[in-house]
Write a protein that binds this ligand. Structure first.
Ligand SMILES: NC(=O)c1ccc[n+]([C@@H]2O[C@H](COP(=O)([O-])OP(=O)(O)OC[C@H]3O[C@@H](n4cnc5c(N)ncnc54)[C@H](OP(=O)(O)O)[C@@H]3O)[C@@H](O)[C@H]2O)c1
Length: 246
């Protein structure tokens, strides 16, 4: 029996990178998956075809994280189609760097809209539909609790906000037996942070085990939190960073 058989999972930014790995994994564990995308329509639709070809159920919806109405409409559409949303994965995010003298208010607004406000919007809309036993899993960053270099303060602030929100949401929804957790990946090989990128050796230099994670490593942790064995874990932060923050 697949651990997520009969469940519906919505993953924001599921068209590529870590979000795509999460969608693949949850579909492999039996969930019907819905993914949102902002710009990556082709890769989102290719992923849906891949999941359907391997016997799963999947759906891609355009919803820019900067547009709360679009995000709420996507959540609503998934709930109408499937009758429920059992698992929400807040994954979509951007990594905008710059020191305080370089950053503008526009940079601040864009990062906070995509990385923070959209998590609030999607969590509020999805948990309205979520039955007892549901899960909210948010992708933070190991740069939330630690900032090893200049130029990461804005991103770090946005991801640190998610940890506080996770604890609060866990308290708000505990009475409905909904578990809420945040995963903090470290360097993970995606377009955002390629394992052969300019800063990759410096990142490996911080790690106890000097290697990048694969997106599927993060997806495995999501699957565990979404599945039956994660039922006693809520309001918690999980770091998966090869010991960079150790
Ligand atoms: N890779 C790492 O080393 C690392 C480490 C720690 C945390 N993270 C976090 O993990 C998550 C996924 O990152 P990734 O590495 O997979 O990055 P990625 O390869 O750059 O993918 C980013 C994802 O976010 C979506 N996204 C960005 N802006 C969006 C918007 N305005 N509206 C809707 N979707 C939007 C993208 O969708 P579209 O292309 O469709 O816009 C894409 O699916 C992010 O929250 C990131 O902060 C990554």
């Amino acid at each position: 029996m697949q651990s997520l058989a009969g469940k519906t999972a919505l993953i924001t930014g599921g068209g590529r990178g870590i979000g795509a790995a999460i969608a693949r994994r949850l579909a492999g564990d039996g969930a019907r998956v819905a993914i949102t995308y902002g710009r990556s329509r082709d890769s989102a639709e290719a992923l849906v075809s891949e999941i359907v070809a391997s016997g799963g159920e999947a759906l891609a919806l355009r919803a820019d994280n900067r547009d709360p109405q679009a995000l709420e409409a996507a959540v609503e559409e998934v709930a109408v189609r499937h009758g429920t949303i059992d698992v929400l994965v807040n994954n979509a995010g951007i990594f905008h760097t710059g020191t305080i003298d370089e950053l503008t208010l526009e940079d601040f607004d864009r990062t906070m809209d995509i990385n923070v406000r959209a998590v609030f919007v999607a969590s509020k809309a999805a948990t309205r539909q979520m039955p007892d036993g549901g899960r909210v899993i948010t992708i933070g960053s190991n740069l939330a609790p630690r900032v090893p270099w200049p130029g990461i303060g804005l991103y770090s602030m946005s991801k640190a906000a998610l940890a506080g929100f996770t604890r609060g949401l866990a308290r708000d929804l505990g009475g409905r037996r909904i578990n809420v957790n945040v995963i903090h990946p470290g360097s993970t090989d995606t377009d955002m942070n390629p394992a052969d990128g300019e800063m990759s050796d410096a990142q490996r230099g911080l790690m106890a085990i000097p290697r990048y994670s694969d997106p599927s490593d993060v997806a495995g942790m999501v699957a565990w939190l979404a599945g039956p064995e994660g039922r006693s874990v809520t309001g918690a932060e999980f770091t998966i960073d090869n010991g960079a923050n150790a």
